[in-house]
Design a protein around this ligand. Sequence first.
Ligand code: PLP
Length: 435
Amino acid sequence: MAELAIFGGPKVRSNPFPQYKTIGDEEKRAVMDVMDSGVLSGFLGAWSSDFLGGERVKKLECEWTEHFKVAHAVSVNSATSGLNVAVGALGVGPGDEVLVSPYTMSASAACVLVYNAIPVFVDILPDTFCLDPEAVRRAITPRTKAIVVVDLFGHPFEADQIMQIAREHGLKVIEDAAQAYGASYHGRPAGTLADIGIFSLNVHKTIQCGEGGICVTNDPELADRMRLIRNHAEVVVKDMGIKNIVNMIGFNYRMCEIEAAIASEQLKKVDDLAAVRVENADYLTQRLRLFPGITPPSLKPGLKHGYYGYPVRYDAKVVGINRDLFVAALRAEGVPAKSGYVEPIYLQPLYQQRIAYGTKGCPFTCSFNKDIKVSYAKGLCPVAERMQDEELIGGAAVHKGVLKSDLDDIVNAYEKVLGAVPLLAEHQAKISKTG
Ligand SMILES: Cc1ncc(COP(=O)(O)O)c(C=O)c1O
């Protein structure tokens, strides 16, 4: 076996991995049509026929409802805006607790703070990276109002159990499906498994329009409230005769016509793009699962993964060296690999210092929240912390454009590094002696 690249040997791969490209002539033509029309946004922040957006925005929303078999789709300018809109629509406010995953993009939790409520972080399951239903059950208090679940890396959350718990306690559930295109749960698409689902159309996602998001729901009242919050609600509630004005401060979360036109074209491609990810992920899994100490993503029967990410779990005791050294050795071989995903959210300065609004610690110190005893201490969610600090290897690319030969390079790099563990273990011992 050749010497490891981390020690100066030849790399398994020296050319970069293929980039993800989904924008073609269809999107270019769609953009030019909008440009030719001269109207780049069809929204008006006043009660009128333009309150609900332009032609292409409405068309996209209609296509989204058909594709995902859901009653209402409300487009917004990002999934972050979508999460805010969803929390607002549910009537969450000061004095409320909202259960959230600590292992996700920060917006899945920050949306709770936007409405002056308190995020309560609940641990995840090690095999899916999604919220642990039993931990959810234990975290519910009389103040709990809602749950934000995340289909992390494209694995659908434990929908039956969590929706059952939510119904028992009268809680609403928001499904952050930003990463979950192509995923499904017993035949139902991810994003449609809870009271409100949120998709992202940012540049990194399976489909994109630059920046954008879509909220979906089967509840007509929630859909109306989300449309209001998206577009300056406070201006129109009087004219529209809206009685429930809770959380009716509106924003400009509107999607413009160019983004909607691109998103419509991307939606036509989403099934094919998701299928490539599954095919590539399955190919990788068949090979990586043969290596001791390496656990590729697994799925329960009836579930489909979207493989936005391809999370591998690493067992340092079985392999014999720590994960970060293993990842450094893989990267040196020229294949994509990353230690962990993101720091559990509660370890961010915002939660550690409890400063969100102004200098007085609001909303944590607000009189409606002062009796909420929430912990953001290290150790709060041991599974999420262990995944981040010790077990998760992310970064493997399975998107369209990645060929079997690229995936073979990943497998070959794993094999090469695993074959040289005794040398790496010596290296690790030396480093730890010298500090
Ligand atoms: C799980 C999750 N939620 C929310 C978001 C926010 O999406 P956007 O960039 O569209 O606001 C992201 C984006 O990376 C995400 O991965």
